[in-house]
Ligand binder design. Structure first.
Ligand code: HSE
Length: 307
């Protein structure tokens, strides 16, 4: 096989209280990456569709991640990439993670799968680290492996997955402004006082328990975040109004997706979604921002070969 096309999903990181720790994959939006073997040892981004991605292989997250992977293997293989994005970088949905995960996953496949998928993570993280100026795995783990992931440790890297309720629906709300992860990270407090830390880790336990037991009341309370939301919400136009609409209309957990500006809202009943979407549309029309709304279940597959 000399060429394949991979789909690598978008993802929601943090999930409220799990800063750099929780992340899940969503269905329907992500990167479609076509990868072809070359006869030389070059990594070439031939075309990007849906976003203007850097073509310098030292500045593109996909080729940086693939180069790290090939160096680990001691391989001098070369590949040409075409990346088609269904959402923009800077939207809070793990754009760089989708590109890096899909590219490394596809190259691993073209080389005959020398590594298991989960063992590709450190290389995918190299691409993510370049884009966001920090090592975090809460987008790359779901983009690569799907599901709801917990990064239990970064050094050494240790990740486990948590089951999610079958009837959990996710609404993604993306007002069209750009938030750079590196800048959103710089806003965070450097230290945390014990009272906030205690609240935060209690909520982390609450989210995990709620996912196992499908306790939606517990989920709604526990998604609460004391670290990132208080300082990042000001980057997101209409944030408090969206939160109010969600709280009053059946959401079972709402917060910022990753570093924003996208927001996520959990619902246990898909019938609640239509009315809520209409209210949010009217809000952003009045505020004068373009808006993308996307509904999804949790994606348990992660990166996959589509042709
Ligand atoms: N955990 C990261 C952050 C996710 O919140 O900065 C970035 O998408």
């Amino acid at each position: 096989m000399d060429q394949i096309t991979v789909f690598s999903p978008a993802s929601v990181a943090n999930v409220g209280c799990g800063y750099d720790t929780f992340g899940f994959a969503i269905d329907g939006i992500g990167d479609q990456i076509t990868i072809a073997k070359r006869s030389d040892d070059q990594l070439v981004l031939e075309r990007s569709i849906g976003a203007d991605l850097p073509t310098n292989p030292k500045e593109n997250v996909a080729t940086i991640a693939v180069e790290a992977f090939l160096n680990h293997l001691g391989s001098r293989a070369g590949f040409t990439f075409t990346i088609k994005k269904s959402f923009k970088p800077g939207s809070g949905l793990g754009s760089s993670a989708s590109s890096a995960a899909g590219a490394v996953f596809g190259v691993n496949h073209l080389l005959g799968n020398p590594l298991d998928t989960k063992d590709l993570l450190p290389f995918v993280m190299e691409g993510e680290a370049f884009a966001s100026k920090s090592y975090h795995a809460d987008n790359v783990a779901p983009a690569l492996m799907g599901g709801f992931n917990v990064i239990r440790s970064y050094d050494p890297l240790d990740i486990f997955q948590v089951p999610t309720p079958e009837n959990l629906h996710v609404l993604i709300i993306f007002p069209d402004v750009e938030v750079k992860t590196s800048e959103a990270k710089a806003l965070l407090p450097k230290t945390l006082a014990i009272p906030e830390a205690r609240n935060q880790w209690a909520n982390v336990a609450g989210v995990i328990s709620a996912m196992y037991s499908a306790d939606f009341e517990l989920l709604k309370k526990s998604v609460t975040d004391f670290i990132a939301e208080p300082v990042r919400k000001k980057l997101i136009p209409g944030y408090e109004e969206v939160k109010r609409i969600m709280c009053e209309n059946g959401s079972v957990g709402f917060n910022i997706s990753g570093s924003g500006p996208s927001m996520f809202s959990f619902f246990k009943d898909a019938n609640d979604l239509e009315g809520v979407k209409q209210e949010v549309k009217e809000l952003y029309e009045a505020l004068g921002f373009d808006l993308i709304l996307h509904t999804s279940k949790i994606n348990h597959q992660g990166s996959k070969i589509i042709s």
